[in-house]
Design a protein around this ligand. Structure first.
Ligand code: NAD
Length: 499
């Protein structure tokens, strides 16, 4: 059985932890490897090395850091297919989808290539007589990332290129369900010339997470995962004085108005609901069909959902791969059955879909519900699987109220041909990322990514300008080069004011 090791101090490491977790191939249902689970002492070893490396790395010139990012960017392009294959093998998503996540992650590295520009401070000449004032930002030291299974390359890439370009060392605790992508990226960093110890990977579960949250030498934690764990990470990390940004779960609504191009909407919504088997934090999982849009939209969604080819992610003919584990499959099946029992209309039933030659793979077909109400569990819970629910509303205003009453606020989309309706929607929804006729409005790397309400705990979103602010702290200098001949510069005992 292959064993997936940590990456500490610039090399693979076995650590001292004795526990392991299985890593599955979701397409076949077979165990593909085992991953080491870090003990608190393994976390401590990684942090001790990172701390030493961070001291030196913080002295690296901006041009050296930027050159490093350019080199990493080129390697991520050269090895795009290799990394995508690793993702598909452990996550299950189809290869083109995996390639897409590598590309979107690489865009953050491209953003970080401009670190010299991003870290420019401000300068004010003559704020008082012969006094100038200027600001600059410095790295925090050692920072950590804790990431979910659903984007094993892209979500960590939201974090570490920005943190490292800002002059920090990084300790990544990726999902134990698909850990290999992070080790591959660690090797690319080494090949790009990053000094040992600046980027580390420790695999693990709650034990490693708690060791990170409690570690006195980790200054900040970025977390992405489900809402209960995000809330926990934010509370425990903040309690000991760390900076924490913790992105949580989602229930993303797409509102479809009767004036929308319904073919376009159905096409886009099918891709957004069932792509990656619905295991995206920005997946559309609830459609709010307004007025006369409902009947024709449901018919078009049905037709498209039934036409989706389900199969192994490595097969180019597959449009949708398996879900990540057998446990996830059972959970999604049970929730779907719950929707039927609650009285929703199951228009397309994907619960028992099988794939030829892969009887043990963790497959589900797409499921589509109509006439779902806001009280039903199938709407209230984040199912994180290929299940799309349709709710009906009479007006755009009612639809907006539904979106805003939901505890999550990650992403939402409006389908319409009315600029006026779009403007009202984008101003009134209590959601962080909004699409207008765009179903998955993931911001480009030079904007920041983050939701509202139960989708994010903390003050800053990830990557983009807010990422740079998160991984640095500011200094403001007020400076005078005294020359005593000037009577205006005589010290006074009262509080200094500009003159
Ligand atoms: P998860 O919360 O189970 O795991 C996330 C991380 O937390 C993993 O590294 C895991 O090892 C760790 N973890 C799990 N249980 C823990 C515990 N009890 N104590 C401490 N740490 C623990 O999430 P997941 O199933 O890997 O990913 C899916 C979830 O992530 C969904 O809810 C999805 O919406 C969310 N997600 C959100 C975003 C976003 O940007 N808001 C992006 C991707 C995924």
């Amino acid at each position: 059985m292959r064993t997936i090791e940590h990456w500490i101090g610039g090399a693979p490491a076995r650590g001292t932890g004795t526990r392991t977790a299985p890593v599955w191939n979701p397409a076949t249902g077979e165990q593909a490897a085992q991953v080491l689970l870090a003990s608190p002492s393994d976390v401590d070893t990684a942090v001790a090395g990172a701390r030493k490396a961070a001291t030196e790395w913080a002295q690296a010139s901006l041009s050296r850091r930027s050159k490093l990012m350019f080199a990493l960017r080129d390697l991520l392009e050269r090895y795009e297919t290799d990394l995508a294959r690793i993702i598909t093998a452990e996550h299950g998503k189809v290869l083109e989808d995996a390639r897409g996540e590598v590309v979107r992650g690489r865009e953050v590295v491209e953003f970080a290539c401009g670190i010299a520009h991003l870290l420019k401070g401000g300068y004010s000449d003559q704020v008082s007589a012969n006094v100038d004032s200027y600001s600059f930002r410095q790295p925090l030291g050692v920072v950590a990332g804790i990431t979910p299974f659903n984007f094993p390359a892209m979500v960590p890439l939201w974090m570490h290129p920005v943190a490292i370009a800002c002059g920090n060392a990084f300790v990544l605790k990726p999902s134990e369900r698909d850990p290999s992508a992070s080790v591959f990226v660690a090797q690319l960093y080494a090949d790009a010339g990053l000094p040992d110890g600046v980027f580390n990977v420790v695999h693990g579960d709650k034990e490693a997470v708690d060791a990170i949250l409690d570690h006195p030498d980790i200054a900040a934690v970025s977390f992405v995962g489900s809402t209960p764990i995000a809330r926990y990470v934010h509370q425990r990390g903040s309690q000991v004085g760390k900076r924490v940004q913790a992105l949580g779960g989602a229930k993303n609504h797409a509102v479809v108005l009767p004036d929308a191009d319904l073919d376009h909407a159905a096409e886009q919504l099918t891709a957004a609901a069932y792509g990656s088997a619905g295991q995206r934090c920005m997946a559309v999982s609830a459609v709010v069909a307004v007025g006369a849009a409902a009947d024709p939209l449901v018919a078009k969604l049905k037709e498209r959902a039934e036409a989706i080819t389900v199969g192994p992610g490595s097969d180019p003919a597959s449009q949708m791969g398996p879900v990540v584990t057998e446990q996830a499959r059972q959970r999604i099946r049970t929730a779907t059955t719950g929707g039927v029992e609650a009285g929703a209309t199951l228009v397309v039933d994907g619960r028992d879909r099988t794939v030829e030659d892969h009887p043990d793979g963790f497959y589900l077909g797409p499921s589509l519900f109509d006439r779902v109400s806001a009280e039903m569990e199938v709407y209230r819970e984040e199912l994180f699987g290929p299940v799309l629910v349709v709710l009906r509303a009479d007006t755009e205003q009612q639809a907006i109220e539904l979106v805003n009453a939901n505890p999550y606020g990650n992403g939402t989309a409006l389908f319409t041909s009315s600029g006026e309706a779009a403007r009202r929607f984008q101003r009134e929804v209590t959601v962080g990322m909004i699409g207008i006729n765009v179903p998955i409005p993931v911001p480009m790397a030079y904007y920041s990514f983050g939701g509202w309400k139960a989708s994010l705990f903390g003050d800053t979103h990830v990557h983009g300008p807010e990422g740079v602010a998160f991984y640095t702290r500011a200094k403001v200098v007020t400076a005078r080069w005294p020359h005593h001949a000037d009577p205006a510069q005589q010290a006074q005992l009262h509080f200094p004011t500009a003159h």
